[in-house]
Design a protein around this ligand. Sequence first.
Ligand code: ADE
Length: 228
Amino acid sequence: MRIDIITVLPEMIEGFFNCSIMSRAQKKGLAEIYIHNLRDWTFDKYRRVDDYPFGGSAGMVMKIEPIDRCISELREQREYDEVIYTTPDGKMFNQHMANDLSMKQNLIILCGHFKGIDQRIREHLITKEISIGDYVLTGGEIAAAAIADAVVRIIPGVISDEQSALSDSFQDNLLAPPVYTRPAEYKGWKVPDILLSGHEANIRNWELQQSIERTKRLRPDLLDDNID
Ligand code: ADE
């Protein structure tokens, strides 16, 4: 899968994709991540990508031309399944969206900035608008990194123990069960006996019961039928 991220702050996320599992996914050839500096697509001699809003309200708006030129150039080279815009008024990102996006070939993620992008870009170029939560960040870069991370880590082969991605919280609309490691007892704090019993079926059943109990207690909304 290929992800092209368009941003005015490439340095903010370059390091992120050069670390740990994201870096390994790229080295293994399972994901290609390209980060584009939007300022490379402006004709403005000061490389400005924003301008004052029509109507006189406060703040600056991201201009159409550089965004259109960048997206058009990418689209001339290959077909994109989605052109995503990160914005607090987008659809709330969740595991189902990550699963869905992880099956695509090519994605563009445009990071919002300033007061937002010219509405005509949203109407004509963007196919999906995504928020990562009901709070406002200074820009869409962290959202783009979060989306790309959640999508790439579930591509088969990216995480060495595939089972561990499948048993994540949210994969069945359930929170993950608690996990423990050695020592079996620390300061009198004990690991549940069942996990030391060696009885595989009972352990899996215990984990499922824990998942259901935690989900009911902490995130009952996940148990609603409406998973989107
Ligand atoms: N840009 C600023 N805040 C954001 C959010 N919560 N989600 C996605 N993009 C954003």
